[in-house]
Design a protein around this ligand. Structure first.
Ligand code: BTN
Length: 255
């Protein structure tokens, strides 16, 4: 029902005028008995209670933000390598947005999209478990497309395609390109191309191979990101030793 150049991602596209959260909506839909085609996309023109990482709220501006969720069933992935889906999705969004913004676009570990030091898009992946069985993943993506005014609380840490490009960008065009790139990365994942995926993800990382400051517990330290492990831990080389961190264990400091 659309013109996306994909095999399945976005071929079943449901556009809602408003919803609390496209992730919530898709999760409820996937839990119904009716089977849902893989690649189904739920997008909302107005998402009024979007959720972000770490229980944050994700603010979207109706008409200016792209908010959508994709239904994927990577049942071929070994249980210990769920992070690979995150890598494939982050890389897909990065490649899609780099088509607009160029190589300054990076993945801030684990899965934020940054242009220079400002966030352009975020990803929230949630798994659907039925009984003790992993059934599917809900891949939620929010992109700042045409917003030009941001909450001062964000201290200039957010930006949008329009703000960088100085022109409006068509939301459906961005959606189509993201779906195409995510599908391409997902198919590589399905083909078992893990090493290549990991390599590309790491090379697209914000602050990769660059000395920067981080905080762990109450301690501030200088270090250089050298790797991300297959299960998603960030590896930082600091004072001659490599330290591994789980999500939420380490914070990027901006100076
Ligand atoms: C983050 O950076 O914290 C993740 C943000 C994810 C936001 C998207 S918008 C579409 C989908 N529905 C939600 O409620 N959240 C995700």
């Amino acid at each position: 029902n659309n013109t996306f150049s994909t095999l399945f991602v976005g071929q079943n596209l449901i556009r809602l005028s408003e919803v609390d959260s496209t992730n919530n909506f898709l999760k409820a839909k996937a839990s119904n008995s009716e089977p849902l085609p893989e690649g189904t996309v739920i997008m909302a023109d107005n998402q009024f209670a979007g959720r972000g990482q770490q229980e944050n709220t994700w603010y979207a501006e109706p008409g200016a933000s792209l908010t959508f969720s994709i239904y994927l069933c990577p049942l071929f992935l070994p249980v210990y390598s769920q992070f690979l889906l995150n890598m494939a999705v982050s890389l897909g969004v990065k490649e899609a947005l780099a088509g607009f913004l160029g190589d300054s676009l990076k993945i801030k570990w684990p899965n934020d999209l940054y242009d220079n030091d400002q966030k352009v898009a975020g990803i929230l992946i949630e798994n659907i478990i039925s009984g003790s069985q992993y059934k599917a993943s809900i891949v939620g993506i929010g992109v700042n497309v045409n917003q030009v005014n941001f909450d001062p609380v964000l201290l200039n840490r957010a930006t949008s395609l329009a703000k960088i490009l100085q022109r409006d960008v068509n939301l459906m065009e961005v959606l189509a390109i993201i779906c195409e790139n995510i599908e391409a990365e997902y198919l590589k994942l399905k083909a078992g191309n893990f090493k290549m995926l990991q390599y590309n993800y790491i090379n697209g990382l914000y602050k990769f191979n660059q000395p920067a400051f981080y905080r762990h517990n109450d301690e501030q330290f200088e270090g250089t990101i050298t790797d991300v492990t297959g299960n998603g831990q960030l590896v930082i080389l600091s004072e001659g030793t490599e330290k591994q961190f789980n999500f939420k264990e380490v914070e990027f400091l901006n100076n």
